[in-house]
Design a protein around this ligand. Structure first.
Ligand code: NDP
Length: 309
């Protein structure tokens, strides 16, 4: 039986692996269907402390993995396809290659996926002007026009953040009313750099090797517009990768984010811990995920010691 399995090798899973490996737990990490998580799809990460010149998202993941492996973690590029969890363990996991394994403790660090528009150009230009994180990529668009898709609090927040850099920010929302809280709406509406395009459906992200514009249709007039801009930030909400765990008894909130107790990584099932974006409806930053991963490893280590496992 494995002592500790970690599902996910993004910043949360790998930081948990570094801590757990240094504690002698020899954690087994499953990278899953999107190895490295969202960070590997970002270009340069400029807000992770300790890298004054920034670091590539992929490099940050690979370096953290190397660090975890140095201390005895083992990373497998397979996916966990089914889980059976029981209070106090052991937990039974089905691996994509058919193996069934058991573990005494489990850390879920399975991440979240940003919702997509599902329009032509969006995937092709991802990382070349299309981004799901203004905090990560906004500073690349100094004095350039950018667009934001969405009508929730994240869209308002991203648009306001982008006004620090961009020459103008075009907020494009599919309905004629916003989902965002009134206070956020008002802040965004008051800002002279933000222009609202309401009731507009984005139909294409335009550009050869990088974004040069966004095509949208004004629904009421059925009028098509090609808006020239250098980036499109999608702020359409995130879907946590938690369904399999929820189905196995792990508590989540209404949106599917795994519920952890009192600022720890403890879920409602003893011996099952959660860290990173799958348990974070609010921040979704690499550094926060890494911190949550460290907490999860420390919580798992305590659980294993307390239960003589
Ligand atoms: P939300 O789910 O609240 O909003 C998503 C927005 O994206 C909606 O306006 C939705 O449109 C739109 N959308 C979704 N899918 C598509 C699509 N396929 N095409 C076009 N538009 C689409 O997500 P958020 O990330 O904004 O917020 C998540 C949670 O975090 C909320 O509870 C929010 O309050 C909170 N939050 C709070 C902040 C704060 O207090 N400062 C900051 C950021 C988030 P529609 O409205 O038509 O459904």
């Amino acid at each position: 039986m494995e002592k500790l399995v970690i599902i996910g090798n993004g910043p949360a899973g790998l930081t948990a692996a570094v801590y757990a490996a240094r504690a002698g737990l020899k954690p087994l990490v499953f990278a899953g269907s999107n190895p490295g998580g969202l960070l590997t799809q970002t270009g340069d990460v400029e807000n992770f402390p300790g890298f004054p010149d920034g670091i590539g998202g992929f490099d940050l993941i690979m370096d953290t993995q190397k660090q975890a492996e140095k201390f005895g973690a083992y990373v497998e590029y397979e996916e966990i396809t089914a889980v059976k969890l029981q209070s106090g363990g052991p937990h039974t996991l089905t691996v994509s290659d058919g193996r069934i394994i058991e573990c005494a403790a489990l850390i879920i660090a399975s991440g979240a996926t940003p919702r997509k528009l599902e329009v032509p150009g969006e995937d092709r230009l991802y990382g070349n002007g299309v981004s799901a994180c203004a905090t990560c990529d906004g500073a690349f668009y100094k004095n350039l026009p950018v667009a934001v898709a969405g009508g929730g609090d994240s869209a308002m927040e991203e648009a306001l953040f982008l006004t620090r850099f961009a020459s103008e920010v075009h907020l494009i929302h599919r309905r004629d009313s916003l989902r965002a809280s009134l206070i956020m709406q008002e802040r965004a509406k008051k800002h002279p750099k933000i222009k609202f395009h309401m009731n507009c459906l984005i139909t294409e992200v335009v550009g050869d090797s990088k974004v040069s514009g966004v095509r949208f249709v004004e629904r009421e007039l059925n009028k098509e517009t090609l808006l020239p801009c250098s980036a499109l930030f999608t702020a359409l909400g995130h879907t946590p990768c938690s369904k399999m765990f929820h189905d196995a008894g792990v508590e989540t909130d209404v949106s599917g984010f795994i519920t952890v107790k009192n600022n720890t990584s403890l879920t409602n099932i003893p011996g099952v811990f959660a860290a990173g974006d799958c348990a974070d409806p609010r921040y979704r930053q690499a550094i926060i995920a890494a911190g949550m991963g460290a907490k999860a490893a420390m919580d798992a280590e305590k659980f294993l010691a307390d239960n003589d496992k």
